[in-house]
Design a protein around this ligand. Structure first.
Ligand code: PLP
Length: 376
């Protein structure tokens, strides 16, 4: 028999599927007897048109949380959306060849930019202050008439810090550069930059399914596709869409809008309780400019790899899921100026809609007790 599930405090890695998103997907997962719910949404017969209507409803639900004046292109997730945005936008921006981004970006942005650097583009990584906020003076010097693209995230996936994306978008716009916002960790919860040209999001961080994301593209932006084929998604992303995944994503977006105030109040309450319980731990990154569903905490002398294996009753993370998977020390915490020992003694707690105060309290005791045993 399976034991009790751990308390899940890893919302920045992924979020639980909302029951409403699950219900929206179910009709589109049927077999041969399910009245055509398996039809191809790109077919022109009535079964296909019904599937296409589901896809379009989802698109409008997702677009409803975006700025006005753009369109939503479905992708397999945010990594693909970000690759499409960065690599797809550059050809039309020639002869400009400079890409500016922030050193604490997710690997989807950072590694795409570093790959482009090896292809001959000039890449500038903006430093951050010890609180994780981007150095705006460095941004001002880097963003010039030679800049093609500026890419910056809304909410950091490791430390929850909210970057001043409106200021960055205005800087890019003032020199005729394009601005991409990786809004994966903020979409539906934190105000999006009004002047972004492209916004990348993913369903699984807003209680939707994994395997689907989107790139929002401002009208008038020219983008080259990365994937060639049947010309779906207005020629920008060929391949057959999954109506089930689209429906789950759309339902998750609709729910995020409907519950925005309730979710925000609940998450703030969880955060306040967690901060009180983790008294004596150091918070990594700005506390004021932060999405409240993230706490990145450090305690001297802690071996976090050991802590995670000892505290089986809580699912939490050391740095980002991606960084822990690769064994690389967190580039985000390192950029804040933490020593490698401090990075190794930092944990990331992520919580949200379905976390209870009781879970936060039990998790804090489990983690606290194990930490005390280590540090004495
Ligand atoms: N950007 C940020 C800030 C993320 O947190 C993630 C997911 O971890 C991604 C991009 C990549 O998203 P996906 O898993 O949909 O490819």
């Amino acid at each position: 028999m399976a034991g009790a599930a751990p308390i899940y405090l890893d919302y920045q890695a992924t979020t639980p599927l909302a029951p409403e998103a699950y219900a929206a997907m179910q009709p589109w997962l049927g077999g041969p007897d399910s009245a055509g719910s398996w039809a191809n949404p790109h077919s022109s017969h009535s079964m296909g048109r019904k599937a296409a209507a589901t896809v379009e409803l989802a698109r409008s639900q997702i677009d409803a949380l975006m700025p006005q004046g753009g369109r939503v292109i479905f992708t397999s997730g945010a990594t693909e959306a970000i690759n499409l945005a960065i690599r797809g936008a550059l050809p039309a921006l020639a002869p400009r060849r400079r890409i500016v981004t922030v050193t604490t970006e997710h690997a989807a942005v950072r590694d795409t930019c570093l790959w482009l650097e090896r292809q001959g583009f000039e890449v500038m990584l903006l430093p951050v202050h010890p609180d994780g906020l981007v150095d705006l003076d460095a941004a001002r010097s880097a963003i010039t008439g030679e800049t093609a693209l500026l890419a910056a995230m809304l909410v950091n996936n490791e430390i929850g810090v909210i970057q001043p994306v409106d200021v960055l978008a205005d800087m890019a716009q003032s020199v005729g550069a394009r601005f991409l916002c990786d809004a994966v960790q903020g979409y539906g919860r934190v105000t999006l930059p009004h002047a972004a040209d492209m916004i990348a999001i993913t369903a699984h961080k807003i209680h939707g399914p994994k395997g689907i994301g989107a790139l929002w593209v401002r009208d008038g932006m020219e983008i080259e596709p990365l994937i060639h084929g049947g010309g779906q998604e207005q020629g920008l992303r060929s391949g057959t869409l999954s109506p089930a995944l689209c429906a789950g994503f759309g339902a998750a977006a609709r729910l995020a809008a409907a519950l925005a105030d309730v979710d925000a109040a609940h998450v703030a309450q969880l955060r306040d309780r967690a901060i009180a319980l983790f008294e004596g731990w150091q918070v990594n990154g700005s506390l004021g400019q932060r999405y409240p569903g993230n706490l990145n905490l450090q305690r001297d002398g802690l071996d976090v790899a050991r802590l995670i294996s000892e505290v089986r009753g809580v699912a939490f993370s050391a740095g980002s899921a991606c960084a822990s998977g690769s064994g690389r020390p967190s580039h985000v915490l390192t950029a804040l100026g933490l020593s490698s020992a401090q990075v190794r003694s930092s944990i990331r707690l992520g919580f949200g809609r379905y976390t209870t105060i009781d879970e936060i309290e039990r998790a804090a005791h489990l983690i606290g007790d194990a930490a005390n045993r280590q540090t004495g």
